[in-house]
Design a protein around this ligand. Structure first.
Ligand code: NAD
Length: 419
């Protein structure tokens, strides 16, 4: 049985503490960067169409805004905790710094299960969240986006709720990213995180001398990030042999038919029941013999209990904090090349920044421009982290953390010590 208790927050704290030691941060700077700057807990009581009054806890954390307004998605799951949101907000601080956008780190959590809600019920809850949290959200304060359990439709309701309360058709500036294109969203945002994951995998294969066409892939999570990554990877002719979601796992040694699986999961909501594959227990995903493993579901999935089952050359962290600190140590000893979350899944926040600038400047960007900028940025930052790791004999995670934290420290000093 596991004695490891690493949560998303513990993993985020561990990674920061290690970076702080390597960078020899003074205690006063360490404390300031450790944060978080602000934690807000709100109770909302929306009334659902059947007259039932609900009681839902929501959390907002602004971890650090030295580089700019806090940026980070809204997680809507029944078990999201204040600690999870704090750890995820911290991760966003490093991610925005590393990918090079003028944002800080933030995150929200809504304790509710979207799988049990009808669309009209979810809309009522999202709008209640926004009304309760309104004063903590804004283009210069905190700009939310989708995360687990939320999507473009919810972002549309958020924008509408804010503009409605202002009595305007649009918001004055960008209050939320990941919106539908028809409501000021940017083309390519929905796919940006998944595509970014694939760009980092291509870069890793190039550095490690692996031919992407020969790679066999196992993927955990078939939501926004996982399904887009799968569709993109399939274009390179790779074999995706196993995909797990919350319902179970489907395996086909010859390679899954991704288009057909996507259709099946769009219709049924899950991968389970796909007839062109064998069904296996979802937790066996880490024991699948593969070249590249992509965790793209929730946090703390690769633990000390299952890490030794992993037989992959590359782990691409599409999810946030999927690997606990103890498991990470084992992966390093085993020489598995890990593309850390703050690099691997940063494509979403990068394109969110393009959406923010587009809306602020009343501009329009085309898909080719967005995709070109995303591909270029992901490759450039991957190479920067890779070169830094080689120069200093660090793992990719250590190198990414050191680069990201150094920039926060630099901005903190540049702002000055007094408020
Ligand atoms: P999503 O809600 O769209 O999909 C989550 C997927 O994970 C679903 O297929 C679900 O069934 C599966 N899942 C959940 N628990 C599981 C389990 N125990 N075993 C197997 N599968 C499980 O979420 P998403 O937006 O795709 O986010 C996935 C991860 O990527 C999260 O960690 C999120 O924080 C991270 N992320 C998302 C974005 C984004 O733009 N959406 C950006 C950066 C990072």
């Amino acid at each position: 049985m596991s004695r490891e208790t690493d949560s998303i927050l513990q993993t985020a704290l561990h990674n920061f503490e290690q970076a702080a030691k390597r960078l020899k941060l003074e205690n006063s700077v360490y404390q300031k960067v450790l944060g978080p700057k602000e934690k807000i807990e709100i109770n909302i009581n929306p009334v659902l169409p059947d007259g039932k009054v609900t009681h839902i806890k929501v959390f907002i954390v602004r971890h650090n805004d030295a580089l700019g307004p806090a940026k980070g998605g809204i997680r809507m799951t029944p078990d999201v905790t204040f600690d999870d949101v704090t750890g995820l907000a911290m991760e966003m601080t490093w991610k925005t710094s590393l990918i090079g956008v003028p944002f800080g780190g933030g995150k929200s959590g809504i304790q509710s299960d979207p799988a049990r809600l009808r669309p009209d019920e979810k809309e009522i809850i999202v709008r209640a969240f926004i009304r309760g949290a309104r004063r903590h959200i804004g283009p210069e304060i905190y700009i939310p986006a989708p995360d687990m359990g939320t999507n473009q439709t919810d972002m549309a309701h958020i924008r509408d709720c804010i503009s409605y309360s202002e009595g305007t058709s649009i918001t004055k500036g960008c209050y939320v990213t990941g919106k539908p294109v028809i409501l000021g969203g940017i083309v390519g945002r929905r796919e940006a995180t998944g595509k970014g994951v694939v760009y980092t995998i291509l870069s890793a294969c190039e550095k490690l001398g692996l031919d992407i066409k020969n790679m066999r892939i196992a993927l955990q999570g078939f939501g926004n990030v996982g399904s887009v990554a799968a569709v993109e990877l399939a274009k390179y002719g790779v074999k995706i042999i196993a995909i797990a979601d919350i319902s179970g796992m489907v395996v086909n040694e010859k390679g899954l038919d991704i288009e057909a699986l996507l259709q099946h999961s769009q219709q049924s909501g899950y991968v389970k029941g796909f007839n062109k594959a064998t069904e296996v227990d979802r937790d066996k995903i880490f024991a699948i013999d593969c070249d590249i493993l992509i965790p793209a579901a929730s946090g703390s999935q690769i633990t000390i209990d299952n890490v030794r089952d992993i037989n992959a050359k590359i782990i691409a962290e599409g999810a946030n904090a999927p690997t606990t600190a103890g498991a990470d140590e084992v992966l390093n000893k085993q020489g598995i090349f890990v593309i850390p979350d703050i690099l691997c899944n940063a494509g979403g926040v990068f394109v969110s920044y393009l959406e923010y600038t587009q809306e602020t400047q009343r501009e329009q960007m085309g898909l080719a421009q967005v995709e070109h900028r995303l591909a270029e940025r992901m490759k450039q930052r991957f190479n920067e982290v890779y070169d830094f790791s080689k120069e200093r004999s660090l793992t990719m995670r250590e190198a990414a953390m050191d680069i990201a934290v150094s920039k926060i420290v630099e901005a903190t000093f540049a702002r000055g010590l007094l408020p």
